[in-house]
Ligand binder design. Structure first.
Ligand SMILES: [Zn+2]
Length: 330
């Protein structure tokens, strides 16, 4: 995907918009409300604006320039480019939204709501809400199973369990919730020369066999090579030849030939650094979104800053996260 220099144009605006490659290029484009609007419209509707109302989709629409809205000539409804996206009902302009997306997408270790608040001159509460909506859009909609070889592992986020041997896991594994810890499982496809492996990671209720093996069956192609540590939760992965299971027992060794879990562990270490260093102590109910943020950056790591950004803007379409839902006051 190369966007540099690609011209975005639409008939509703005089502005020609190109994909910025750096923050310095992004600010004049996204910082201008008119240009930012043109950019979002061109990304959302590359082949022309269509009515987003469910069951309509008509392209027979006309633009009301003064209000930056369209009116559908078929169903007679009015809509803006924000309808049906993470931006819906937000009083903030695209100038602030796009810069926020740029900043979080390209910050290796995440970015705090305080920093966004200062950079964009919004309140911290607003920044916090914006970031969570953007994280919701960072979540990939891909459900394609990972091909082997993969590595699977689990970890505890939010505290003292830096490393645990199996005895310790067995002792505290069930008690994590009482101690404010959250168990996270990760599965990564190993990279090859021409293919950068993708990761999946998610909060799990327990680190017991049913949960872990169920997740592997859901996310990994049957018959694939699966590398894990010696945790008993993974025992039986190779029964019925469902998977080729390679075990590295961390009590004795960390690498044996190509048997190891180093790729997933390095993902976890970046995740933990982001959560501890930048987000300090996110509430467990929000943790999955912080994980999605890190998964997104990992899976898009081959792209440049300018290329990562429109992926999130495109995925903003069809994602809603209301303040009520976010704060559990629904
Ligand atoms: Zn319509």
């Amino acid at each position: 995907m190369t966007h540099s220099g690609l011209l975005l144009q639409n008939k509703y605006t005089a502005h020609k918009v190109t994909y910025p490659r750096t923050l310095a290029e992004a600010i004049p484009t996204y910082g201008d409300p008119e240009k930012a609007h043109a950019f979002v419209v061109a990304l959302r509707w590359p082949s022309g604006v269509a009515c987003p109302r469910h069951g309509c989709g008509s392209a027979n629409v006309h633009f009301i320039a003064t209000r930056k809205t369209w009116r559908c000539n078929d169903c007679k409804r009015q809509f803006s480019a924000k309808v049906g996206t993470i931006f819906e009902e937000s009083p903030l302009g695209y100038d602030k939204w796009l810069l926020a997306i740029w900043l979080i997408t390209n910050a290796k270790n995440g970015i705090s709501s305080c920093e966004i608040a200062r950079s964009l001159n919004v309140t911290q509460k607003t920044a916090w809400f914006m970031l969570h909506r953007i994280r919701a859009a960072m979540k990939s909609g891909t459900f394609e199973k990972l091909a082997g070889p993969v590595e699977a592992d689990e970890t505890f986020v939010g505290g003292i369990f830096k490393s645990m041997n199996n005895k310790r896991k067995a002792r505290v594994g069930r008690a994590w919730s009482e101690r404010g810890k959250v168990a996270v499982m990760g599965i990564v496809q190993r990279s090859t020369e021409d293919h950068k492996g993708k990761v999946r990671a998610f909060v799990v209720p327990f680190i017991e066999g049913g949960v872990l093996k169920g997740a592997i069956r859901k996310h990994v192609m049957a018959g694939a090579e699966v590398h894990t540590d010696g945790w008993k939760g993974y025992k039986g992965l190779d029964s019925d030849e469902a998977y080729i299971h390679h075990v590295i027992d961390h009590a004795y060794e960390y690498v044996r030939g190509n048997v190891h879990t180093n790729s997933i562990e390095s993902f976890f270490s970046v995740l933990k650094r982001t959560i501890k260093g930048t987000y300090i102590a996110p509430r467990p109910q929000h943790l999955q979104r912080y994980i999605e943020e890190q998964v997104h950056r990992f899976n898009e790591r081959e792209k440049t800053d300018g290329e990562r950004f429109p992926v999130v803007v495109k995925q903003a379409d069809g994602v809603r996260l209301t303040y009520k839902k976010l704060t559990g006051k629904d």
